[in-house]
Design a protein around this ligand. Sequence first.
Ligand SMILES: C[S@@+](CC[C@H](N)C(=O)[O-])C[C@H]1O[C@@H](n2cnc3c(N)ncnc32)[C@H](O)[C@@H]1O
Length: 303
Amino acid sequence: MQRMRRRDMLALASGVGGAGLGLGAIPLLAQTPAATKPLDRNGGPYVPTPWPVVDRMIRTGTIGAQDLVMDLGCGDGRLVIAAAKRHGARGYGVDIDAELVRLANDTAAREGVGHLVRFEERNIFDTEVREATVLTLYLLPWMMMKLRPRFLSDLRPGTRIVAHDYHFEDWRAASEFTFDVPEKVAITGISTTTVYLFLVPARVEGRWAVEAPGAPAFDRGELVLRKTLNDFEGMLALGGRTPRRLDATSLKGLDLRFALPVEGPGGRAGRAIVRARVEGDRMEGTVESTLAATTRFSASRLN
Ligand SMILES: C[S@@+](CC[C@H](N)C(=O)[O-])C[C@H]1O[C@@H](n2cnc3c(N)ncnc32)[C@H](O)[C@@H]1O
C-alpha cells in the first residue's frame, strides 16, 4: 500500500510512470495557456478529482449550508460547486490557471450557484484561509507540508481539512478512508484512493483555572497544558496538592480528553477521566471518577 502510494505520488508530480499522469491525458489542459506560457503549478498539475471521490470528500467534510468551503488549487471548481449545489454551502476557490478559473465561474453560474461561490486566479501562497470552515485539497505532498504550519496557525479550531490522497505526514488524520476508484487508473496508474479528514485542534496550551464542584478531590485546581502536534501533555494540581501528570490525553478538533490519578476522602486512590469541549478560553465538560458519580467540569484560561 505504501509502495503504491509512493508510485502514485511520483506519477502525479512527474506525469510519468505506468499509465501515469500523462498531462496530455487531460483534455482540459491542452486548452489552457499552459501550452504557451508555463504556469508554476508547484502544488501539482491539473488533475480533476473523480466524481466518486468528490462525493466521498463532501460526505467526509460533513458540509452544510453554514459552511464556507475553500479549495486551494480548485481546478474546474467541482468540489466547491458540488458543495454549494448539494448543501447550499458558500465556497471560494483559487487556481494559478486563469482558464480553469473562468471555467469554474462559468460552471457555477450555469449550475445556479454563482451567488454562493467565487473563483479567482491566485497563487495558493497569496490566499487568505482564515474564513474557511472546510478546506478541500488535492495537492502534492511537498505543498501539503509547506502549507501545514499556516493551516495550524491561521485556521479556526475545529476547521475540517478534507484531503484527497496526500496528507500532512505526522499530523494524524481524524479519519481516513481508502477505496478503489477505477477512474484513477487512467490518472495515476492505480485505482487506490484515500480521503483524509484533519481537524484543526483547539488552542489548549497555557494555564487554566479548573472548577469541578462536587467531584471528590477534584474541586478547584490549576491545569497547565502544552500542545504537541497531535495531542497535548500537562499537569493538574488539585486543591493545592502536588501536580499530577495527565495521561491518556487526546485532542480531536475541539474535543479534549485526559485522565489522571486522584485521591479521595481518607486517602482513597482513584482515577478520573475528563472530557471537555474547548471553546476559545473556556472548557466545559464532565469528570468521570472511580470515586463518585460523574460531575460537571469547567475551566477558564488564565494565560
Ligand atoms: C490536482 S489539481 C486539483 C484540482 C481540484 N482541486 C480537484 O480536486 O478537482 C491541482 C490544481 O492546483 C493548481 N495549482 C498548482 N499549484 C498552484 C499554486 N501555487 N497556486 C494556485 N493553484 C495551483 C493547478 O493548476 C491544479 O488545477
